[in-house]
Ligand binder design. Structure first.
Ligand SMILES: *[C@@H]1O[C@H](CO)[C@@H](O)[C@H](O)[C@H]1NC(C)=O
Ligand SMILES: *[C@@H]1O[C@H](CO)[C@@H](O)[C@H](O)[C@H]1NC(C)=O
Ligand SMILES: *[C@@H]1O[C@H](CO)[C@@H](O)[C@H](O)[C@H]1NC(C)=O
Ligand SMILES: *[C@@H]1O[C@H](CO)[C@@H](O)[C@H](O)[C@H]1NC(C)=O
Length: 331
């Protein structure tokens, strides 16, 4: 008990002054309040997922939509790539599913912001789509990068604000690179950085998506030609050893999250950048996982703005001590 720092209480304990144990319902209430509080204060997740050919047909597949809903509902902001939904029907259907889901389990409402269809050939056009919680996220602006022939799918940058995060506002820059020119496209993200950071006077920039930044497309020797690698103000949060692919035959860190600057790096929960292996988490066979994509989602957590959340472990310790103490003194 002394490790709880409550030995002082014991000394003044006398039969008349003994602290009565709180009734069990009260203890239960305290615990539920605490778990609620921890849930609310848990960090802010940003996720990126390449879902090839996400069109109205794919969105109408119940199994696909249901699994995707479960994946996206863990995140405050998700970037989807591979979306082929020029009339918006597929995303509408997905949002309806997310918002129905949230009615049932949580209070969040989801909204989306999409780029136009991007690509070189009319047969292979894709959109970048951000899906975000409207209670925790505000969209401050959007910007389509337009330099001709620099990318196959030019980044569609969005300026976000959230008062749930330690970092108040930040810019997300997506990239689904063309595999054969991945090195050049990743390098050109530096030019996009200069453009958007000036446009919004904000250097808190995160790059995310399927860069094809591994295996045959980007190797060690290529790095000196990539400013996002050679300039040390950019921090690569998903490491080279990570496997962001589903098939057993490939082990490649294609999907990445990169942030610019010490300020942004400090606002990230340490070691939170990872692949979300939802097959394992939701106990789905590989066949089902592949129905969505041959990639896995990647994610990172931002630190919360609530100063109390930093004190959460202490609060838990103190209340556990108080409860233990109250039971012991009842003996
Ligand atoms: C979230 O969306 C709902 C429905 O569109 C709207 O009524 C509500 O005002 C929004 N909340 C915020 C915080 O924007
Ligand atoms: C965030 O800030 C807005 C005003 O900009 C305020 O209305 C809202 O309540 C704040 N949300 C939280 C969770 O603090
Ligand atoms: C840009 O932001 C910095 C701080 O982040 C601020 O000091 C400066 O006044 C801003 N400049 C403009 C033009 O808004
Ligand atoms: C690296 O990027 C920063 C932008 O944060 C820029 O100011 C700096 O000049 C760059 N360094 C080099 C060596 O290019």
């Amino acid at each position: 008990m002394s490790q709880c720092g409550m030995s002082e209480w014991k000394k003044t304990d006398s039969p008349t002054m003994r602290w009565r144990p709180p009734p069990l319902p009260l203890v239960f209430l305290l615990f539920s309040f605490l778990s609620l509080f921890i849930g609310a204060a848990s960090g802010f997740k940003i996720c990126a997922y390449n879902v090839p050919n996400f069109n109205p047909t794919k969105a109408s597949n119940y199994r696909v939509r249901h699994t995707l809903t479960k994946i996206l509902s863990r995140c405050d902001i998700s970037l989807l790539q591979g979306v082929k939904d020029s009339d918006g029907k597929a995303i509408q259907r997905l949002l309806a599913s997310l918002n129905r889901n949230s009615d049932r389990y949580e209070h969040y409402k989801y909204q989306s912001v999409s780029s136009k269809s991007l690509g070189n050939s009319p047969k292979d056009m894709e959109q970048y789509v951000f899906i975000y919680r409207n209670e925790t996220v505000n969209v401050m602006g959007q910007h389509q990068y337009q330099k001709q022939q620099s990318f196959v799918r030019e980044p569609f940058a969005v300026h976000f604000k959230s008062n749930k995060t330690a970092i108040k506002s930040f810019i997300l820059v997506p990239l689904h690179s063309e595999p054969q020119q991945a090195v050049q496209e990743i390098d050109r993200l530096y030019d996009v950085f200069e453009e958007v950071s000036q446009k919004w006077n904000n250097t808190n920039v995160m790059f995310l998506g399927d860069f094809h930044a591994g295996c045959a497309y980007v190797n060690r020797a290529n790095r000196k030609n990539i400013r996002l690698f050679s300039n040390t103000t950019f921090h690569w949060l998903i490491r080279d050893k990570v496997d962001t692919t589903v098939p057993d035959l490939t082990t490649c860190a294609y999907d990445r999250i990169v942030v610019h600057g010490e300020g942004f790096l400090k606002a990230i929960s340490p070691y939170s950048a990872q692949v979300f292996n939802f097959g394992r988490e939701f106990k789905l066979p590989k066949k089902r996982v592949l129905e969505l994509s041959n990639h896995l989602p990647v994610e990172v957590q931002l630190k919360s703005s609530a100063p109390l959340s930093q004190a959460t472990p202490l609060l838990i310790l103190l209340s556990v001590c108080a409860i233990v103490q109250s039971f012991l003194s009842a003996l």
